[in-house]
Design a protein around this ligand. Structure first.
Ligand code: ZN
Length: 358
């Protein structure tokens, strides 16, 4: 029976996967496969919408989690919900009698893991005394033994692991900084240990490694404030999420016209009209939306950071098929849940993504 291991490396840039910097992941991809231009995600290219898409197979317009900004302020209903309104891959496994484990550094946003049989942090609460990174998330060294234990339990047919340090270091020091490069290298060593632990059951294992978003550095320009360019009075509020923002359109406003007006604002690259009251705007590379607080180094959210790591490996016969599919189409984060569902023979119900196994 096929076993699936899904690793999410938070904020890990696709461009950091290389023979020199991340030899274990590079080798895994050479023997398995990788999307040469990386995978994709939606706007805002941000942690919570991304991981909810990854673990449900649905896009933010369907699962409802549109931004990570609810962590910093109570959000209005037009900005979406805090937890996905659709089943997760853990629910699908449970219904099929497949045991699951979710070992995550960031359980504040990855609320999709509630249906996993084994969860760490237990019950979503970080145990007192746990070593935390600069943003308050358990460090990779703490997650590592928990993941090794979950992988060592052969009863777990699906294991999801999440390592956060690459996101924290990218935010604080910038994705190209020496500190970030050192973190990418160290993260690869942890992944290498996990791969070593899977060697015994390699022939029946599929390993998928993704990130939720890329990370970029800011340029010197002034942050974009959509309220300062509200010439027609068509919107009354916006919620910034790094290089993207959710804009609330007033009743009766034509979303197409409002979108065109938003795209004319200096620094805005694109506008996606999501529904009659919500427009999602993405900034040009280097530009950020005006917010109460900014990271000292890198940030995400924009179209340019909507690029994910997308690697597959393992000895299961499905691996070359997934590898081939990734050479034809850049996988979207929503494609992984239906792919894993076909591997495990579970039913996810209707999803937005498409299985890479056809
Ligand atoms: Zn993230």
């Amino acid at each position: 029976m096929t076993r699936v291991v899904l690793l999410g490396l938070d904020g890990f840039p696709h461009r950091a996967i290389s023979a020199d910097l991340t030899p274990r992941m590079w080798d895994l991809a050479q023997r398995g496969g990788r999307a040469s231009s990386g995978g994709t995600t939606d706007l805002p290219s941000s942690t919570d919408p991304g991981f909810c898409s990854l673990l449900t197979g649905c896009r933010p317009s369907t699962h409802g989690v549109r931004t990570t900004s609810w962590r910093y302020a109570k959000l209005p209903a037009w900005a979406g919900v805090e937890t996905p309104g659709v089943p997760t891959i853990f629910d699908g496994c449970r219904a099929a009698g497949i045991r699951t484990a979710a070992i995550v550094a960031d359980d504040r946003g990855l609320l999709c893991t509630g249906s996993a049989d084994t969860r760490w942090p237990p019950g979503g609460a970080i145990p007192p005394g746990t070593k935390l990174d600069a943003h308050g998330y358990p460090v990779n060294a703490v997650v590592r033994p928990q993941l090794l234990q979950a992988l060592g339990d052969e009863a777990n047919g699906f294991v999801f692991g999440h390592l956060n340090e690459s996101d924290t270091v990218g935010h604080d020091h910038g994705p190209e900084s020496e500190a970030a490069q050192a973190c990418y290298r160290a993260t690869d060593q942890v992944v290498g240990e996990l791969l070593n632990a899977l060697a015994g059951g390699w022939a029946e294992t599929v390993i998928v490694i993704v990130s939720d978003h890329d990370m970029q550095s800011r340029n010197g320009s002034v942050p974009i404030d959509p309220m300062a360019h509200n010439t027609h009075g068509w919107w009354d509020a916006y919620i910034p999420d790094g290089g993207a923002a959710l804009v609330h359109l007033l009743p009766g406003v034509d979303p197409q016209e409002a979108g065109a007006a938003l795209e004319r604002i200096d620094g805005i690259e694109t506008c996606v009209a999501s529904n009659d009251s919500l427009a999602i705007v993405g900034a040009e590379p280097g530009r950020i939306f005006a917010a109460p607080i900014y990271s000292a180094g890198g940030f995400h959210g924009a179209p340019v950071t909507a690029r994910t790591v997308a690697l597959v490996g393992g000895g299961d016969p499905a691996v070359p098929k997934i590898a081939r599919a990734m050479t034809v189409k850049r996988p979207h984060l929503t494609d992984w849940a239906p792919t894993i569902a076909s591997l495990l023979g579970i039913d996810l119900g209707p999803v937005d993504g498409e299985s890479l196994l056809g």
